[in-house]
Design a protein. Structure first.
Length: 252
């Protein structure tokens, strides 16, 4: 494993900068990353010390490489995890990207993926009712919202059916429910959130301000605040509502 940079090297680099060299020039002379030199100089200016910052008791095997990794990210903040791992290899640093693996909280017979409903036209947003008996699914391409019985539904007569049609924009995107059963549906390219009552009649809309963008994509509740994402301008909006919302994840 690579040894930490010596105090002597740090001192010579700091002296180089103090006598007029740029941080990049000092880095090139000593074969370092410019961002590492920036970190050293910043620490020297703040503390008067050229020693490495204490580790703080971390037991991570990457702790001794923290300076290199922080410098790498500071130099190229848009690096992906795979690119960071690739940069670690020449330094003989142990590290790997965590592979994507199937996950389920249930390790029993219900852990397997099964089809809940099919033959939908671009299903998009989805929400779960407070009692856990039904899924609410946005059928984006048909501009409509369906109710679908969940696996815990005990109503033999409950089948997938349309509960609302949406107007404006392209179709329903992300959705959320409040504790009283009212449904909120983001209307992509419509610049609004459609509110549909528990009786499944349309109540109205929450419209974003003029110039705020039309690409409303997703929704989430925090108590009686509704959070709304708008994609074209990269903004998350917040609005107080009259009904307390269901949390993004809720127990049944």
């Amino acid at each position: 494993m690579p040894k930490p940079y010596s105090i002597d090297l740090r001192g010579r680099v700091i002296e180089e900068v103090e006598t007029g060299a740029s941080r990049r020039e000092a880095a090139e002379r000593y074969g370092l990353s410019p961002s590492v030199v920036v970190i050293w100089v910043q620490r020297f200016e703040e503390t008067g010390s050229v020693a490495a910052k204490p580790s703080g008791g971390s037991t991570s095997p990457l702790e001794k490489h923290a300076e290199f990794l922080l410098g790498l990210i500071a130099d190229k903040p848009d690096l992906t995890l795979d690119e960071i791992v690739a940069a670690m290899i020449p330094k003989k640093m142990a590290g790997k990207a965590v592979p994507s693996e199937p996950f389920s909280q249930d390790e029993g017979p219900n852990a397997a993926l099964t089809v809940a409903v099919d033959r939908l036209a671009f299903p998009n947003g989805i929400a779960l009712t407070a009692d856990g008996n039904n899924l609410v699914v946005g059928e984006y391409a048909n501009k409509r919202i369906l109710s679908v019985p969940s696996a815990r539904s005990t109503n033999a007569f409950d089948i997938a059916h349309v509960i609302a049609y949406t107007e404006g924009g392209v179709g329903p995107d992300g959705m959320a429910l409040d504790a009283d059963g009212n449904l909120y549906a983001a209307i992509f390219q419509g610049g609004e959130v459609r509110v549909i009552g528990a009786d499944r009649f349309a109540y109205g809309s929450i419209v974003l301000p003029e110039g705020a963008g039309k690409n409303v994509t997703n929704l989430a509740f925090k108590e009686d605040y509704l959070y709304i994402t708008e994609a074209s301008q990269g903004v998350v909006w917040r609005v107080a509502v009259k009904h307390r919302g269901l949390p993004f994840f809720h127990q049944h």
